[in-house]
Design a protein around this ligand. Structure first.
Ligand code: PMP
Length: 376
């Protein structure tokens, strides 16, 4: 599992997305950039209805189906427009007259999804962690659902706040409406029981590829609820039908996603193994932070600390600035928190090598704060 790079200039990339990709994938992309084997042209020039591209698309879908154990009655397809497109189209697809979409909001992205449903008056908030600054997740007895709910939307991992449901969200499911989950920032990072969801979606620029595509996994019967009056591109069922090419798909993104899936299979084999790897990496960083509580304050409550996005603060903005400057000078890049909340965020997606987590943990342990932090 040696994922170290030979390229001297590469730093450890802790960006929340677009984010680190496996070096072996980047190498293969660069080797094949002039000519994709068997195609005679590069992937950037290859028509989407050609046999080589159709093969890449169907192989990508098959690999996703296999690694996630997706039941036959679920469709898998890619759309453009990012996670935000799905926020916008959820109500128009699934809220039939007299129904609403329910939202369980554990962070900023869940709130964005909810705000989109409010625009058409079809959103209902069933729980929000806003008062606690989005630092926790609810238990099943903390919210109730109405009979008129078309779906319940949740976010398995809140990328900005670093708040993650501790396991696959099944504990939410007792007597819940069809569950729709935004898994953008922890997709493929741990096992998931797909059969418990009506729909899962994830923008791929964290764990699966470059920016430009969103993967959707949805139960056919759920997709069929959308009326034909929904505008063509926004009607998700259209993307699931036929050859999965309602319009020109993001071909390059799907090609890279295919290589990332192959890398995942070859390196880890299954999602339980990648989960262990992710626990190891985040464990190293959390342990280092917890060893110096006088300096580092973790944002999320212990039970829901994200394995993907470790969020923490220092006592003053000046110290945070210094930490960021010095970490960057040590080859640890993009550790600044989201612009809306500040602080620090270390994103440790699947492709972050163990060496990256170790280097960050070591830096945290050794970092010498100014006399200000020491109370002087
Ligand atoms: N959901 C989550 C959990 C995200 O982290 C993001 C982006 N960081 C989005 C949705 C929005 O995705 P996009 O920018 O691709 O629209």
């Amino acid at each position: 599992m040696n994922q170290n790079t030979n390229h001297q200039d590469r730093v450890f990339n802790f960006s929340a997305g677009p984010s680190v990709l496996p070096v072996s994938v980047l190498e293969q992309v660069s080797r094949e950039m002039l000519c994709l084997p068997g195609a005679g042209v590069s992937i950037l020039e290859l028509g989407h209805r050609t046999p080589p591209f159709k093969k890449i698309l169907s192989d990508t879908v098959s690999r996703l189906r296999a690694i996630l154990n997706v039941p036959a009655e679920y469709d898998i397809f890619f759309v453009q427009g990012g996670g935000r497109l799905i926020f916008s189209v959820m109500p128009m697809n699934f809220c039939l007259p007299g129904t609403v979409g329910e939202y369980l909001v554990t962070g900023s992205w869940g709130d964005c999804a909810y705000q989109e449903a409010l625009r058409s008056g079809q959103g209902r908030l069933v729980w929000s962690g806003q008062e606690s600054g989005y630092s926790t997740v609810p238990s099943r007895d903390q919210w109730t659902s109405g009979r008129d709910a078309a779906y319940l939307h949740c976010t398995s991992n809140e990328t900005i706040e670093g708040v993650q449901f501790p396991t696959d969200v099944d504990s939410l499911l007792e007597n819940a409406p069809p569950l729709v989950c935004d898994m953008s920032s922890d997709f493929l990072s741990r096992p998931v029981d797909v059969s418990r969801y009506a729909m899962i979606y994830a923008c791929i620029q964290k764990n699966l590829g470059p920016a430009g595509a969103t993967v959707v996994i949805a139960k056919r019967e759920f997709l069929e609820r959308a009326s034909e009056k929904v505008p063509g591109y926004c009607r998700l069922l259209n993307h699931a039908e036929g050859d999965l090419m309602y319009n020109t798909p993001p071909t390059f993104c799907i090609y890279v996603a295919n290589l990332v899936l192959r890398w995942l299979e070859e390196t880890f084999g299954d999602l339980a193994t990648i989960e262990q790897f992710n626990e190891l990496k985040s464990g190293l960083v959390y342990e280092a932070l917890l060893r110096r509580p006088e300096l580092f304050r973790l944002h999320a409550h212990e039970v829901c600390r994200s394995k993907m996005n470790v969020t923490f603060r220092l006592p003053t903005p000046e110290l945070e600035k210094r930490f960021l400057q010095e970490s960057e000078a040590n080859g640890l890049a993009f550790l600044a928190g989201h612009r809306s909340v500040g602080g620090m965020r270390a994103s440790l997606y699947n492709a972050m090598p163990i060496a990256g987590a170790e280097a960050l943990a070591k830096f945290i342990t050794k970092w010498v704060a100014s006399p200000l932090a020491a109370g002087g």
